[in-house]
Write a protein that binds this ligand. Structure first.
Ligand SMILES: [Zn+2]
Length: 527
């Protein structure tokens, strides 16, 4: 019976695993030194070797004669685990055994010592699919496992695994395989299988697999029907348009040649190319151009490598990053819509029409793209700005107008003490003796009333005028305050009330009885 390539070429030792040396070396060291954890969790995207490494580890810990941390593959334990005859190593698919009953059954069975090997190993694949109660049941045994037990969990979605489980496991993250390394592996497998494959085709397969070994070998398997596996054979097998035709289509789009773009797409459709695949290839091309545009020194690692870099640079010189992001947004929407559309072809054609005539779109990214195009052309001198009627644009103002600040010396003087109204009244009681400094300022200083103070603790007004006010307030008699010049009167309260609300400043002034009749309004207005 024919065995799929990815199964036939599944690694049997840690040394056979490609692209994950940071994990395989650690596990080999642990097996060599017998310093094994009771629980591991392997994280990574599909086809990067999680389940493979879990199986190798299960054999390595039970191998009778491990070779440098690798399972020997020849002893009874290695062979028994590989062919499934030893039941102490159990592989569980959490996607189909996700209930609490499955985990409870596992827990009851796990407490027994292994029958044929040293360690009982449970490999739980896609562990994020377990239900919450199943996770709780699993947590119980992972917390305090028996000596003979090892759990190896594997998942593609780490965020769905509870933190209580994660914190009890040794975590290993599998990375995507580098394109060059994966291409070399594809060539190696193809040569071993006696397939005629070109280096470009191996690179294309590696790029399409996006770092997954299993996907790469599956693609190679599909292409193996061709006598010679070249780039065209890969494109044909995958139903993809190919880079030349996608580049032609992209040329039509950036030339705003809607008719030619639709004809080009229609021909691809007639040749059996998948509309979603075509949009996806266009999306990848635009992504590469955008990467070159926004990170011109980013190097080859940022671009997918499907197109000539010189061509990508030419595209990058013609398009702004706003135009590219707006176009990619349109493509992304179309890709999502096409998967559920009744006619993916029509969705793709609609997308091409929108891309060719950006004026049809009225959303913000597209508006930004058009604006940035105008700005760029203005900056480069490709277009120039001529105001209506040919008149020159008004010259910019020299400087912003400074806020008016009245000089201190020009302000109207305060009224003399003789002008105060209470001076006309009968003579006041003798003033108490004043300190020498009090003679210098005989006038009422409004700043003293800036902060709220209880009525009984009215601040001492200086001099005879202050004494009069104090006596009138103590006797609960009405007192009138002279109307000070506007700026003089407003400034102390405005300054004291800075940062407060009008309401707060009104309360401040109102709490001072002497100020209540005349000042509250103006203070509130100032503040
Ligand atoms: Zn062995």
């Amino acid at each position: 019976m024919y065995q799929a390539l990815y199964r036939k070429w599944r690694p049997q030792t840690f040394d056979d695993v490609i692209g994950q040396q940071h994990i395989t070396e650690t596990l080999k060291n642990q097996v060599r030194s017998s310093r094994l954890s009771h629980a591991y969790i392997f994280i990574g995207t599909r086809g990067t070797g999680k389940t493979t490494c879990a199986r190798i580890l299960a054999r390595a810990v039970n191998c009778e004669h491990p070779v440098d941390g690798n399972p020997c593959g020849t002893c009874a334990a290695c062979r028994g685990i590989a062919d499934g005859s030893i039941l102490d190593v159990v592989e569980l698919d959490a996607a189909s055994n996700n209930g609490v009953d499955n985990v409870r059954a596992l827990r009851e069975e796990a407490v027994f010592s292994p029958a044929a090997v040293k360690k009982r190993v449970y490999i739980i694949d896609e562990v994020h699919m377990l239900s919450a109660s199943a996770f709780n049941a699993l947590l119980k045994i992972i917390e305090e496992p028996p000596e003979h037990l090892i759990f190896i969990l594997a998942t593609t979605e780490l965020q769905k695994v509870p933190a209580t489980i994660l914190s009890r496991c040794q975590r290993h993250s599998f990375r995507r395989i580098d394109t060059a390394e994966l291409a070399a592996y594809v060539e190696h497998v193809a040569n071993a299988e006696h397939f005629a494959i070109t280096h470009e085709a191996a690179e294309l397969i590696a790029r399409l697999a996006e770092g997954g070994v299993r996907d790469a070998l599956s693609l190679l398997d599909q292409c193996s029907a061709h006598d010679k596996i070249d780039v065209d054979a890969v494109y044909t097998t995958m139903g993809l348009a190919g880079k030349r035709r996608i580049e032609e289509l992209f040329d039509r789009v950036i030339d705003h040649d809607t008719e030619s773009a639709l004809k080009s797409f229609s021909k691809m459709w007639m040749d059996g190319k998948d509309p979603i695949g075509t949009l996806g290839e266009l999306f990848t091309l635009m992504r590469d151009v955008l990467m070159l545009r926004v990170a011109p020194k980013g190097g080859a690692e940022l671009i997918s490598g499907g197109h000539e870099i010189a061509l990508l640079r030419r595209y990058a010189a013609r398009l702004t990053s706003e135009e590219l992001t707006a176009g990619m947004g349109t493509l992304q929407d179309a890709l999502i819509a096409a998967r559920s559309a009744r006619s993916p072809r029509t969705t793709a054609e609609l997308c091409l029409v929108t891309l060719c005539s950006s004026l049809l779109k009225q959303d913000m990214p597209d508006f930004n793209a058009r604006l940035s195009r105008i700005e760029e052309e203005l900056a480069s001198g490709a277009i120039s700005f001529i105001p209506r009627g040919g008149r020159p644009a008004p010259a910019p103002r020299e400087a912003d107008e400074e806020p008016f600040e009245e000089p201190e010396e020009e302000r109207p003087p305060l009224p003399e003490e003789d002008d105060l109204p209470w001076n006309e009244e009968p003579p006041a009681p003798a003033a108490p003796p004043c300190a020498p400094w009090e003679d210098e300022a005989d006038e009422l200083d409004p700043a003293q009333f800036a902060e709220p103070q209880p009525e009984d603790e009215l601040p001492e007004a200086r001099g005879a005028a202050g004494e009069k006010v104090r006596a009138a307030v103590s006797a609960r008699e009405p007192v009138s305050i002279p109307r000070l010049p506007r700026r003089r009167r407003a400034r102390p309260f405005g300054a004291s009330c800075a940062g407060r609300s009008a309401h707060a400043s009104r309360r401040t002034c109102a709490s001072i009885p002497a100020m209540r009749p005349s000042c509250a309004e103006s203070c509130a207005a100032t503040c």
